[in-house]
Unconditional design. Sequence first.
Length: 472
Amino acid sequence: MPRRLDPVVLAIDIGTSSVRTALFDENAKLIPRSNASHVYRVRHSAEHGAELDPQVLLRATRKCLRQTRGLTKNPVIVVGGSGFWHSLLALDRAGKPLTPIFTWADTRCAEDAARLRATFDEHAIQQRTGCMLRASFWPAKLLWLRRTRPRLFRRAARWVSPAEWIFEQIFAVRACSHSMASGTGLYDFARSDWDAELIEASCLRRSQLGILRDEVKTDGLSLYPAIGDGAASNLGSGASTRGVVAINVGTSAAVRTIPWSEVPLPFGLFRFVVDQKRSLLGGAVSNAGDLRAWCLHELRLPNNEGALEKILRQAGPASESLIILPFWVSERAPTWPEHLDGIIHGLTQATTAADLLRGTTAAVFHRLAQILIQLENAIGRAKKIVVSGGILQSPASLQILADSLGRDVQVCADREASLRGAAVYALERLGKIVPPPKPGKIIRHDRANGAKAREARARQNQLEELLCSRGR
């Protein structure tokens, strides 16, 4: 008698810089050698554009799925997905893309976001939708497209998130998860539905937005439309229990928690949907892995992890005298200084490329420390801080992060937290109790370096405040 094959979960993670797929068992444990990935790049422009080609994402996803499915004979019982939030794609009546994907980093609509803030009470909108009235979100992007490309705007039959469209193309289902919808800036938390007032303000019709569904049965599968990658990251890293905060540092970076009770939403932070019972509270910065990649390329630093680790650990005193506003891409939380570009203050003849790499790395982490402070003012002191994302490849960066926070951090044992989180979410929806991942290594912060980081963060804040006051 042939051995009965155990059913598996197919997980898909559609990220800003790569697509990843893998198979997981009923305990959300990765099936060995089932993972596949494909890398691509966001197209940035001097006008603060940040676009992706939707066909590139679709081809990458299909390629990864072929590789993953070709490595197992086990029956796939459920599909779960994770996708990057906030990004916008226009479709024609046939469901074909009319535009590139305008990512969360595209802030050409900053002028339109400012007009929205002049029209609406941003504090009230943030409490209702969980989102700020800023360029990262759909309302400003939609008004910008209507203003600058009116003919295209009129041609658009539907507006979707990238993951929503990719799932439609691959699985032939139209569905937008409540989690994905909550990252658009057009979602009413109290009603668990699209926000009628903001739909009208964005010059849309309700029929142009996705059907809100968290589960679809198709071809014998339980298919769960992609949730936001931030929510998936928390689930995958085990940061879904009381008092646990997750920090993910990838292309961008974020500090997030899943509160176990209703807590206030601090101004400048976000609240998104995880599922029908849970929400995600936190804040995100736009510059992290993308800024590191810029430094490596433009400063001609060695593209070798060993050499980079040495540079980060041995950067000279000049790096500590730099004050850097790491706004190469228009910045988000906690202060949303959309009108400021990147600033490096304190350059001298003694400053080296190594100092700039170390300085920009620390500058990003100072922003994350600010978000953590605001978050803990709302939820109380975190019992544990779990770190995931591309940063796990750099022990030196992990140490700089711990010192910048002034806190010990725990390394996520699973390097693909969002991908695993997609599987965890799907299994939970099936009623499975998923065991947490094994705890990873603890990175202890250095108190003396933590004190220096607080001083550096204060100087960073002073420079930002000075520039903002001059711009008013």
